[in-house]
Design a protein around this ligand. Structure first.
Ligand SMILES: Cc1cc2nc3c(=O)[nH]c(=O)nc-3n(C[C@H](O)[C@H](O)[C@H](O)COP(=O)(O)OP(=O)(O)OC[C@H]3O[C@@H](n4cnc5c(N)ncnc54)[C@H](O)[C@@H]3O)c2cc1C
Length: 392
């Protein structure tokens, strides 16, 4: 394999950025143009930006207080303080405005490009990268040598002065472990959950504003039944907060979004069939499916319902226990885990173990909730890594 000499321009420092996702590209956009920068990715640059926000790219969240912003990261909150104090939501909006992406804020505080197009954001970012070389190669080894790094790809070997690792949460971590770094065990976050029992028969049914209790914390939101579990934004949040929990763990759901006194309700509707009373509160398909296994006759007249049956109905609808047995690959599927934050300087994002080595984006043990927080992590850490190299 040929060894390429460090950069073409021997007067300037050569920088390798491994990974051309949002974080790596943000670093490349902000590195001083005098550097000899090469961006490596085994795929096309910014391919991972395309599906974000369902193709609309939820690029930030309307939260301008950096400490409040950091609260949206179950992993990384404290580490992000100094990073967000230097580059936060307003800086992100200014940056995108500068490269020609105008944004708007939705009612739920999520920020999108006015074009509602992740393709546009990608094109504008790529246009900003014209001073940097791109190589579509997979990096297999990064080795510190005197005054720099040997970087091996599937095609060649290179020498660089500095390396920025931005390989995201779905990468081959052994390259990073070989550099002496510890990896917090990666696991999926912001995903749907597999449940026991599951209700395939009501796949596609949504229940509004349920009350969910998981590990003593209460959540409110809509749930969507899937072939083997449940999903939806509130389930993504639960998956994120409990990402490090061992399976199975338990959650309880109150499917009724209003308080019902069942005794009074059945007395009031004494001559009606039980099913017709329950259908007033929840979808038919849901009621039929949920009471299938409970040996409750839904055609029973309400006046005939005994206390024990009434308690079972109440318990089923207001305190249903699911065992969470695993995760589903829907949602944003970000990675909880990654490069241990104690080994990284939060002021510069330089490794405390290897000088001249930097990290940014989801490869770090940082992950946020849905709403633009994960891309914000990429813009902020990508900027700080570039800025620290610029200021050396
Ligand atoms: C469906 C979906 C929707 C999402 N929507 C949103 C959203 O709307 N808002 C939001 O904030 N977040 C969203 N996210 C999360 C967000 O996309 C990620 O957090 C973000 O892409 C992480 O960026 P990154 O640059 O750190 O890593 P990545 O985007 O994963 O990029 C890493 C890059 O490194 C490359 N790479 C890895 N290893 C190597 C190697 N050895 N050699 C060469 N190249 C390598 C990969 O090919 C990849 O291109 C979404 C995620 C998904 C999956």
């Amino acid at each position: 394999m040929p060894i390429w000499n460090k950069g073409q321009n021997l007067m300037s420092d050569s920088i390798a950025i491994i990974g051309a996702g949002p974080a790596g590209c943000m670093t490349a956009c902000n590195l001083d143009k005098s550097f000899d920068t090469t961006l490596f990715d085994k795929n096309s640059p910014l391919k991972t930006l395309l599906p974000t926000g369902g193709g609309k790219c939820n690029l930030a969240h309307k939260e301008f207080d950096f400490k409040e912003l950091a609260k949206n990261y179950p992993r990384g909150e404290k580490f992000l303080y100094s990073i967000f104090s230097k580059f936060s939501t307003q800086d992100t909006l200014d940056f995108f405005e500068q490269i020609g992406v105008k944004t708007y804020t939705r009612e739920d505080n999520r920020i999108f490009p006015i074009s509602n197009s992740s393709k546009e954001v990608r094109e504008k970012l790529l246009a900003k990268l014209h001073n940097c070389k791109f190589r579509k190669e997979e990096i297999t080894l990064i080795k510190p040598i005197s005054n720099g790094f040997e970087v091996k790809s599937d095609k060649a070997t290179y020498l660089f002065d500095k390396v920025v690792i931005a390989t995201g949460g779905k990468c081959n971590y052994s390259i990073i472990k070989n550099l002496g770094h510890t990896i917090e065990k990666p696991c999926p976050s912001l995903v749907g959950l597999k449940t026991n029992p599951y209700f395939k028969g009501i796949q596609g049914v949504t229940l509004k504003n349920c009350k969910i209790t998981a590990n003593k914390k209460t959540y409110f939101g809509d749930i969507l039944f899937t072939d083997n579990g449940i999903t939806g934004p509130i389930i993504f949040e639960i998956s994120s907060i409990n990402a490090k929990n061992k399976f199975p763990y338990k959650i309880n759901i109150n499917f009724l979004n209003t308080d019902i006194n069942f005794q009074k309700e059945f007395e009031k509707n004494a001559k009606k069939d039980l099913k017709n009373v329950l259908y007033e509160y929840l979808p038919k398909s849901f009621i039929n499916e949920f009471f299938k296994t409970k040996s409750i006759n839904l055609n029973e007249k309400c006046y005939n319902i005994k206390k024990e049956t009434r308690e079972t109905i109440k318990d089923t609808l207001t305190n249903f226990e699911f065992e969470i047995t695993g995760t589903r690959p829907d949602g944003e599927t970000v990675t909880c885990g990654g490069v241990k934050l104690m080994e990284i300087n939060p002021q510069t994002l330089e490794s405390k173990i290897v000088r001249g080595l930097y990290f940014c984006g989801e490869v770090l043990d940082i992950d946020g909730f849905c709403g633009g927080f994960n891309l914000q992590n990429c813009w902020s850490t990508g900027y700080i890594a570039a800025n620290s190299i610029n200021n050396l």
